[in-house]
Design a protein around this ligand. Structure first.
Ligand SMILES: [Zn+2]
Length: 460
């Protein structure tokens, strides 16, 4: 007798690339059986031939312990979120992990350690336009080793937020990540046409240090009309055997802090936008279209308000996700949005991916789409028991209806940014339900912290 049985599932196994119809048994938080014949459980969910697949592993987000966003993530099928991205997040990861291990959380959490705000701020390298001193780099290197020993899953750079970062600080820290076999995720140094060179910088980090590198939210960096050229750079690197990949979302407008260098003077000209292409997502002007006066006021006095920029092209959203090394990410929960505010990516990224890329446009097969959301990011992060549909894997599972799956979230000012999607029927985290019949269970906290053991893999 299993703890739980999901019967009549269309079981999608991204590892073997197979789709079968059968029943799945869960016990002790793990997948305990996959069977053609009927099996018994203390509890049964009838999937009614809906898709049963591993839970989605969101390799790039900013949930960072924020419960409300975690529930939005669960509702779109995410069972593991990776925080500490784009160079910011908590520094004391031991404290972070202890707290969420004790309290629980709706979904599993892994954390990167951020360079561009977190480490830089701690060592006093606070001017984003200036390089860190040699002594500051040495101190950051020590803090980074500590973070890896505390269970950081990788190192994140937000070079666009600290464009003065020197090659030395980037390479010294990346070498340490390589030593421990940890992922280096890079929000590139700049976007638009200069973003092509910024992607080459990420490739070069791999060549010079041996670190596994990841370009973060690709469409937000080069979706302004230069995606084809950007993918050529990545295709060439991957074909050359370099350990390079990227993730990208499903929207053509990105969200970030108005006070950051991303919104420095000249950004609108670079993107081919006007003030009216900016929408305020949080704070006193939430839901309003920007004007020059609002832009100046927010830049001066409300630097942490999140503003959405309609800078990218919708066609490049889809183009970005075609190559086999590309995985889906939300970049969600920037600025810990209150209910009713934020960016639709916080609520609808994965449903939109299946809706657009599989059902409406037929660009990817179901099994390939599942792989891009599960196995591919799990492998990239070194998570051996996630993203897989097999006996012994963690019972992080999604039941979704491919005929109905749809994103219902929209940008502030257009619709409801955190509107729940359709077609995500059940979500289990470590064998426990967090979404039942499309409804999120407010009190469910089965998520665990993921603190990978720290071992030296190679000396470069
Ligand atoms: Zn970023």
């Amino acid at each position: 007798m299993f703890d739980l049985v999901i019967k009549n599932g269309t079981l999608v196994d991204p590892e073997r690339g197979r789709v079968t119809v059968g029943h799945l048994g869960v016990s002790g938080g793990k997948i305990a059986a996959i069977a053609r014949d009927e099996i018994d459980g203390k509890k049964t969910i009838d999937a009614g031939l809906s898709v049963v697949c591993p839970g989605f592993v969101d390799i790039h987000a900013h949930v960072d312990g924020y419960h409300y966003s975690a529930r939005c993530m669960a509702r779109q099928g995410i069972t593991t979120t990776v925080g500490g991205n784009c160079g910011f997040g908590p520094l004391d990861l031991a404290g972070f992990f202890d707290r969420y291990e004790a309290e629980g959380f709706p979904i599993n959490q892994a954390m990167m350690i951020g360079h561009s705000f977190t480490l830089r701020e701690k060592v006093g390298a606070e001017d984003p336009y200036s390089p860190a001193t040699r002594e500051q780099v040495r101190q950051m290197a020590e803090l980074l080793e500590t973070a890896f020993q505390q269970g950081a899953i990788g190192l994140s750079f937000g070079l666009e937020y600290a464009p003065g970062s020197s090659d030395e600080e980037v390479l010294v820290l990346s070498r340490i990540a390589a030593k421990y076999g940890k992922l280096v995720a890079v929000h590139t140094r700049t976007d638009s046409w200069a973003g092509i060179g910024a992607i080459k910088e990420v490739v070069r980090i791999n060549e010079l240090t041996g670190a596994t590198v990841q370009v973060s939210h690709l469409v937000y960096q080069v979706g302004m009309g230069m995606m084809t050229e950007a993918l050529e750079v990545l295709d060439h690197a991957v074909a050359s055997g370099l350990d390079v990949a990227a993730d990208s979302g499903m929207y053509h407008a990105f969200a970030t802090f108005i006070g950051s260098p991303v919104y420095d003077e000249g950004c609108l000209e670079k993107w081919g936008c006007t003030y009216h292409d900016l929408f305020v997502a949080t704070g006193k002007y939430a839901g309003r279209r920007c004007t020059e006066e609002m832009y100046r006021e927010l830049r001066a006095n409300h630097k942490d308000d999140v503003v959405v920029a309609f800078a990218c092209r919708e066609s490049e959203v889809y183009e970005a996700l075609m190559p086999g090394y590309m995985m889906v990410s939300t970049d969600g929960a920037v600025g810990s949005p209150e209910p009713g505010t934020g960016h639709p990516q916080d609520a609808g990224t994965y449903p939109r991916f299946f809706q657009k890329m599989v059902r409406e446009q037929g660009r990817l097969t179901l099994v390939e789409a599942v792989r891009r959301c599960t196995l591919l990011p799990a492998e990239r992060l070194g998570l051996g028991s996630k993203g897989r549909l097999k006996v012994g894997a963690d019972a992080d599972l999604v039941i979704l209806n491919l005929d109905r799956i749809a994103d219902r979230a929209d940008y502030p000012g257009f619709g409801i940014p955190d509107a729940p999607p359709e077609g995500i029927e059940h979500v289990l985290v470590n064998g426990q339900p967090v979404v039942e019949k499309g409804q999120v269970l407010e009190d469910a906290l089965p998520g665990r912290v993921i603190r990978p053991a720290c071992q030296v893999w190679n000396w470069v």
